[in-house]
Design a protein. Sequence first.
Lengths: 176, 166
Amino acid sequence: MAEEAASAPAADAGTEAPPPGKMTMVAGVDDSDHSFYALQWALQHFFPPAPQPQQYRLVVVTAKPSAASAVGLAGPGAADVLPYVEADLKKTALRVIDKAKALCAQVSDAVFEAVEGDARNVLCEAVERHHAEMLVVGSHGYGAIKRAVLGSVSDYCAHHAHCTVMIVKKPKQHKH
Amino acid sequence: MAEEAASAPPPGKMTMVAGVDDSDHSFYALQWALQHFFPPGQPQQYRLVVVTAKPSAASAIGLAGPGAADVLPYVEADLKKTALRVIDKAKGLCAQVSDAVFEAVEGDARDVLCEAVERHHAEMLVVGSHGYGAIKRAVLGSVSDYCAHHAHCTVMIVKKPKQHKH
C-alpha cells in the first residue's frame, strides 16, 4: 500500500479514520542513521513480532525537499542543475522508503509516504492527516549552536505537533 | 524495592521515568503514559519511576532581601508539602502499576529528571509540556526542552490537547 500523499486505500475519502481500537503512530525518517535508529527503536518497543497483537498503526513519512529549496539561491546555470537535483532527491526519498519497508516487515498495519515539502511541516501535517497519537523522530544530537543555525526538525515537532512527540536518541557510546 | 544508588532493573524490564510537578499538564502526561504503557490486566513490560523535583527554598525565593531568612522556613515547609502532595496524587493514579517507585528529589527539575534517568538506567523519560509560546519559553525556560536535548534516553513529550482553541 505504497501510495503517494493522502490517497485513501480504504473506502472513505478525505480524512483517514483509524480502525477502532488502534492508535496511529507517525514515524519521521530521512536519510540519516539517527532516524532509522529511531524507527528501529519504535519497532522494538511498540511493534513486537507476532504472535503478540499490535496495538498501533504505523505511518512512516519521509519528506522530500523541493529541488528549488535544496539548491538555494538561484544563480546562473541553476535552472540546468534543477532537474538533476530533483531526480536525485526523488531517488533518495524512494531509497529511504524502501529501507523503511524492509525494516517494518513484521508490522501488520503500515503505511509509507514520501511527501514533498519541508520536513517540519510534512511531519506535523501527517500527524493531523492521520489523527496520530504519537510522532516518533530521531535527533541529530546537534549542540546548541548547530541547532540554532541549521534548525531542528525534532525541536519544531516537539513544539508544534498536536500529539505526543517521542524523540529517540542514538546513544553516543564512544563519548565519555 | 526502593533501594538508593544504582538500582539495576530486573532483566527484561525497561525503566521509564515520569516527571511530574504540581500542574495538570504533567498529570495528564502521567495518565497518558499509564494508559499506553501500563495496561491493566496485561503483563507490564516497564518499571515506572515517578520523579518530582522539589526546588530549594532559596532558589524559590530568589534574591535575598531583608526578612528573607524569616520566610525561608515557611517556604521550605510549603515546598515540601507540595512535593508530598504531588507524590501522593501520583501514587493514587499509579495504583495498577505492579512495579513503581516514587521519588521527590531536591533541586532544579531539569537536572533532577536527567539525573534520575542516569541513576535508574531508564530507557524513556515522559514529561508533560506546558505549551508555552516561544517568548514565555525563552523567559521561563522549559523543562521538557532541556530534557529533550540533554537526557540520555528517548524523551516523550505528552501534550494536553487544547480542545477549546480553534
